[in-house]
Design a protein. Structure first.
Length: 228
């Protein structure tokens, strides 16, 4: 299996690399006038969507737009990007303010997924389009190959609704339980009910992400009950 290089090994411009790894808490808490990664994250988010869409169209030429969108959503999400950041050791390289570090900032999926996007943008600006594309293709090569099953053609909410209506003859209901955090770091908790029973609970940086997590948990619960 090909070794996946960390973008920190490929980016030559140290100033750009430092920016890509700097959380806003580092400059705010230490009162330093340095750029954090938010602008790079903005660019990286757009690049990620574009490169993954392009790769999916190459690998799945017969898929419809709807199926391609679902497949991209299964790859370009907070959990996947956070895990890839950890795999490359980016969680050990993020520059955080002391308070953010004490509260486990380097382990937060939202922060780790943002860093993945910021370093992608830094690589793009430093090495150009082709280098960034080739690196990302390598990072997601196995993930994209493993998407060739029908389970990725529908999101978790759609799948659980179909299962619930077929098996229990009822439609799931999603309820927002809590919403916490600052405007740029919101955390939502959502529970999914069938009748009056809680089937799953999800957390996310948006209501949609939390609902998807709750539906995923509900599907897992249902599959476990079938096995017992």
């Amino acid at each position: 299996m090909m070794k996946i290089s960390s973008p920190t090994e490929l980016i030559k411009n140290k100033k750009l690399l430092d920016e890509a790894l700097t959380h806003r808490s580092f400059s705010q808490e230490l009162k330093l006038e340095i750029q954090d990664f938010e602008r790079l994250e903005f660019l990286g988010d757009a690049l990620l969507d574009f490169f993954i869409a392009e790769a999916l169209m190459r690998h799945y030429p017969k898929d419809s737009e709807g199926v391609l969108s679902k497949k991209r959503a299964s790859l370009v999400n907070e959990d996947v990007l956070a895990q890839k950041s950890k795999n490359m050791g980016l969680d050990q390289k993020i520059r955080l303010g002391p308070a953010e570090a004490r509260t486990g900032g380097a382990g937060k999926n939202s922060l780790l997924s943002n860093v993945f996007e910021s370093v992608l943008a830094a690589l793009y600006l430093d090495q150009g389009h082709e280098s960034a594309k080739n690196w990302l293709d390598t990072v997601f090569e196995n993930d994209i190959k493993n998407l060739g099953t029908t389970e990725y053609e529908k999101d978790f909410k759609t799948r659980f609704q179909e299962i619930s209506q077929s098996v229990m003859k009822l439609t799931p209901v999603y309820k927002l339980i809590s919403e916490t955090g600052l405007s740029h770091q919101k955390q939502f908790v959502v529970q999914v009910f069938v009748a009056d029973e809680i089937w799953g609970e999800g957390f996310g940086t948006s209501k949609k992400k939390a609902e998807q997590k709750a539906a995923e948990q509900a599907i897992l619960k249902l599959s476990q009950e079938k096995l017992t």
